[in-house]
Design a protein around this ligand. Structure first.
Ligand SMILES: [Zn+2]
Length: 525
């Protein structure tokens, strides 16, 4: 029996029993809880370096041990496999590749997927991000916060007119780096800011400096005297695009609302220079009849497989049929079409005709430009329509509250459909499927490595399911373009983002001032 207290010695007190660790020790979860709060693999990986000189000729590295979804039927899917990259290209995909002397990217617990492709993004509008979070395409005179400010008045007829070449450059560069960070390794920049050749050169320089695969879309500017649309295409092609073996390629804008004289010229130049032709087609913008004329061959131009039509909302059945028969492609911007009143994204019409869209982000004035937002919007929108169609085939009370779909009911889109839309379809629609869109030996190494061990994803039960239904930008751990590592362990490389952001803010301040608009963090909502 102790009487130490009487001896005047300090008492040895038992440790308090209220702490978390003591709770774990003293309870039945002791085994399960052991080590849960210790530093682990994440810290160990954070110090890793990317393979040296990645993307350079002859440099080899292996992406080892990831779940590989190639999006190429001939290559297939692997629960665990390695991807060997040499220089800018994929060399081999299979389990247990031996590659003596090659660098290694540890992809255990990761998903390895082709980089995403966005077939319609207006990169120059970054300074006005979220300025039109409620905004419609144009004023509907309702007096609502959605009608004013609006896209037509404030962006196309407003901000766009006051852009200087330096604004075009920093806005486009920042948007491009931001999308690279989300895993979009290829974009069509629908660049409508060509007030002068200097504006054009700034837009292309930004795509080059971003260092991702880009199709520069040469669209019109505001038509001022210094503008050179569409004939500047010859100079642009000679100056910037004399080789096909480069990251940035060229697409011709051929907007039908510019009038027959202009668009027939633009389309003719495009075909002379062997460029694809992209054009908006929006019923609610008044374009249904001009598309009807085009489809019926009354426009002096011919639709072909080199045409990419954007939105295609509100178009006639006859136009759809003829564009399909001509092999034209369609890019859908699901979230933007739904929120800005372009009309219902025509996905059911495309399914009916056996067509598939690529996905596009369109404008960050109104919505995020990451592929996860695009895929989830497309899937939920289509399934809402089809699910309700099926429910309406019953009578919503037992026993007919859960009807079997009638013959001819459109199939529900799946997560695999979404990944196809967001990768290989986009590559095909930009004429780049020989280079990107799938993980295929011989193609360029445009690859994203997605963290499936993350808090919002683990445990991994379905590769396509996890990517489409759970992931977001934070899961995009590593991004590779033409073999070169551009994002590593969650951090974009080779970019001083603080400095770039300050330049963008300076541009934003100038643009708002030139527009006579007050900057107010709560006014434009
Ligand atoms: Zn657009």
């Amino acid at each position: 029996m102790s009487n130490r207290q009487d001896d005047g010695e300090p008492q040895e007190r038992p440790a308090p029993r209220t702490g978390r660790r003591d709770f774990l020790k003293s309870s039945a979860v002791v085994a399960a809880g052991a080590g849960l709060f210790a530093a682990g693999d994440a810290e160990a990986r954070a110090g890793d370096q990317p393979p040296k000189d990645s993307g350079s000729r002859g440099r080899r590295y292996v992406i080892r041990g990831g779940a590989v979804m190639s999006m190429d039927q001939n290559v297939g899917d692997f629960e665990v496999a390695d991807v060997l990259v040499e220089g800018s290209k994929i060399v081999e995909i299979r389990p247990d590749i031996r590659a003596a002397g090659a660098g290694v990217i540890d992809a255990r617990g990761r998903i390895v997927l082709p980089g995403f492709v966005d077939t319609h993004h207006h990169l120059f509008e970054t300074a006005e991000r979220a300025f039109l979070a409620n905004g419609l395409l144009r004023d509907d005179h309702s007096g609502s916060p959605s009608s004013y400010p609006n896209y037509g008045e404030h962006i196309l007829q407003g901000f766009a007119k006051v852009y200087r070449p330096e604004d075009v450059y920093i806005n486009s560069l920042f948007a491009g780096l931001s999308q690279l960070d989300t895993g979009v390794t290829t974009v069509l920049d629908v660049s409508q800011i060509h007030h002068s050749p200097e504006h054009t050169d700034a837009a292309i320089q930004a795509l080059v400096d971003t260092g991702r695969r880009s199709a520069f879309g040469f669209f019109e500017g505001d038509g001022r005297a210094a503008a050179r649309y569409p004939q500047d295409a010859y100079r642009i092609r000679d100056t910037w695009f004399s080789s096909n073996d480069q990251l940035v390629s060229m697409v011709m804008g051929g907007e039908l609302h510019l009038g027959e004289q202009v668009y027939t010229r633009a389309w003719a130049i495009a075909r002379e220079l062997d460029l694809m032709i992209a054009a908006h087609s929006v019923g609610s913008w008044g374009m249904r009849l001009v598309l009807d004329d085009l489809a019926q061959g009354k426009s002096g131009v011919r639709v072909g497989p080199d045409n990419l039509f954007i939105h295609m909302t509100g178009m006639s059945d006859q136009t759809w049929q003829r564009l399909r028969d001509a092999g034209a492609q369609v890019s859908l911007a699901f979230p933007i079409e739904m929120t800005m009143r372009h009309g219902t994204p025509p996905i059911l019409k495309m399914q009916e005709l056996g067509m598939e869209p690529s996905l596009s982000s369109d404008v960050e004035t109104t919505m995020a430009a990451d592929p996860f937002t695009l895929m989830r919007s497309a899937m939920t929108m289509q399934r809402m329509l089809v699910n309700q169609m099926i429910l309406d085939q019953g009578d919503l009370v037992p026993p007919n509250n859960w009807p079997t779909p009638a013959p001819g009911t459109p199939a529900l889109l799946t997560v695999r459909d979404m990944l196809r839309y967001a990768t290989i379809n986009g590559a095909k629609h930009l004429g780049l499927d020989g280079k990107t869109g799938t993980l295929t030996p011989g193609k360029e190494a445009d690859i994203v490595i997605l963290d499936a061990t993350a808090l919002n994803v683990a445990p991994l039960n379905s590769v396509p399911g996890a990517v489409v239904s759970l992931m977001d930008r934070t899961n995009v751990e590593t991004v590779i373009v033409a073999g070169k590592v551009r994002k590593w362990n969650g951090r974009l490389l080779d970019a001083n983002l603080d400095r770039l952001r300050r330049k963008l803010e300076t541009s934003r301040d100038y643009l708002f001032k030139a527009m006579g608009l007050r900057q107010d963090l709560f006014a434009w909502s």
